[in-house]
Design a protein around this ligand. Structure first.
Ligand code: 4AD
Ligand code: MG
Length: 456
């Protein structure tokens, strides 16, 4: 079934034409013998102007149709004599399939993003969230296209897992044990016969597939019980994780840069209307900012050098800076915004602050880690070359307190046919924030889950 969508009708050049279209009323201006209805079906930021003349059946009744009502309109699509739109629909019949009265919360006035979060079930019907979720959908398609064009295999890694990939202990427990047993749980009696959680990353399983298919990626939901109530953290977020066999850290950074720039080009080309909306209403100069990044090559900076810059900084930071400490968002943003002025790969971090699977460098102090930092957002990608040497990996796991018995399947790939390999994770919401100018992660995911919040 192919239905008429507003986005196509607005571009139609076969006029006049009899059509039927359905959507929701954004506004209705009624005069004595004529009324104008702005109709949206979510396909476009623009609305279709429906002209209602006095001769329309039930004209007076229809003039009372409230904002938010669902309608189906039959009529003639024609060139619009008025300014502001090229086509309009002269209504011959209007059916109100679901009326909305004036208690509808989205009357024609500006609402704060905070208020709209409390009505996340209705906010997709606003201009801003229409644009956000069209962008999100289009970008997801672009992610798959990028990897498919390059021969990467798409792997569905499990959502329920028994391993903590990042080793940070920020897992949501999955259990069917009754609450009264929660204090001293016996996981051998649990659903899976062992302790399980929601995944924090598909990487470990992704690595297994890279050792068979060479280039793979995952794209799915991930969960972290981080108790950080920031504008950049969600407890449920989506991540894209490519993994390449026979690849090192610089191959990894090259893929990350190509991917990131591809996504920038994609939104400028394929989501131009929504990007223009963000540019006008959310962040002035957005498209210019994205265009520059799409056409630039990214800096690479050593962690050690970043620390030197941070120590020399004249601004004062809330968190301490010294070699061996992890970087906070304020430090990341200082590097990418003030020192470099563009996207920056920070590489070779101290081994103590990174996950167990990262490849040990010859200095024995750092690992082959790579974070991509971008202005406004800070860390948007985290990746690394993986430790492919069995003995070193085993020693590292022991040093990190990870029982090798629990990850025998992971170690097997180092036992038989091990390869140098590398990958990264791109936070899908973070890239959406970056590309839309939206400043809160809660406003780029349909139903945000953050500490204390899991409505809808
Ligand atoms: O740096 P992270 O923790 O890396 C990993 O998970 C690796 N296993 C990836 C890999 O090498 N395959 O997370 C990767 C990215 C971050 O750079 C950030 O963009 C995003 O995931 N991210 C979050 N986004 C939203 N809310 C959170 N709580 C996030 N935590 C990480
Ligand atoms: Mg990280």
């Amino acid at each position: 079934m192919k239905r008429n969508r507003v986005i196509d009708l607005l571009k139609s050049d076969a006029l006049p034409q009899s059509i039927k279209v359905s959507g929701w009323v954004r506004s209705l201006r009624a005069g004595k013998d004529v009324a104008f209805m702005a109709l949206s079906d979510g396909s476009s930021a623009a609305t279709l102007q429906v002209v209602m003349e006095g001769s329309l059946p039930a004209f007076e009744e229809l003039c009372k149709t409230g904002t938010g009502s669902a309608v189906t309109v039959c009529g003639v699509l024609r060139e619009s004599p008025a300014k502001g739109q090229s086509v309009e629909l002269l209504a011959e019949k209007i059916e109100v399939t679901g009326a909305a009265d004036d208690s509808y919360p989205l009357q024609k006035k500006r609402h704060s993003f905070e208020f709209l979060r409390t009505i996340a079930h209705l906010r997709p019907r606003t201009n801003t969230f229409g644009a956000v979720f069209r962008l999100r959908s289009s970008l997801a398609h672009a992610v798959h296209r990028f990897f498919e064009e390059r021969g990467f295999l798409y792997v569905h890694t499990p959502i329920i897992t028994a391993s903590d990939c990042e080793g940070a202990g920020e897992m949501f427990r999955v259990t069917t044990l009754p609450p009264q047993l929660a204090a001293a749980p016996d996981f051998s009696r649990d659903f899976f016969g062992r302790a399980t959680s929601l995944t924090v990353s598909g990487q470990l399983e992704g690595e297994l597939f890279a050792q068979a298919f060479t280039d793979i990626y995952t794209f799915g939901p991930t969960f972290r019980a981080e108790n950080s109530n920031t504008s950049r953290h969600a407890a449920e977020f989506w991540m894209i994780e490519p993994e390449m066999a026979f690849a090192d850290l610089m191959d990894d950074a090259a893929l990350a840069e190509e991917f990131f720039r591809y996504l920038c080009h994609h939104v400028l080309g394929k989501c131009a209307e929504d990007m223009a909306f963000f540019d006008e209403h959310v962040e002035k100069g957005l498209c210019e900012r994205i265009r520059k990044v799409a056409d630039s090559s990214f800096e690479v900076m050593e962690y050690t050098e970043a620390i030197r810059h941070l120590k020399q900084a004249t601004v004062s930071f809330q968190y301490p800076v010294s070699w061996g400490l992890d970087l906070q968002s304020e430090h990341e943003r200082y590097i990418t915004e003030k020192i470099v002025g563009g996207p920056t790969f920070l590489v070779n971090y101290p081994k103590e602050i990174k996950a167990f699977y990262m490849r040990q460098n010859d200095d024995n102090k750092t690992v082959a880690a790579m974070d991509l930092l971008v202005p406004k957002v800070g860390e948007i990608i985290g990746g690394s070359q993986r430790e492919e040497r069995l003995d070193i990996l085993l020693a590292k796991m022991c040093a990190c307190g990870i029982n090798p018995d629990s990850l025998q399947w992971y170690l097997d790939t180092r036992r038989w046919g091990s390869t140098p390999h590398a990958g990264f994770g791109l936070g899908f919401e973070r890239v959406l924030m970056y590309l839309s100018g939206m400043e809160n992660i809660r406003d780029v995911i349909p139903f945000p889950r953050t500490p204390g919040h899991a409505e809808f």
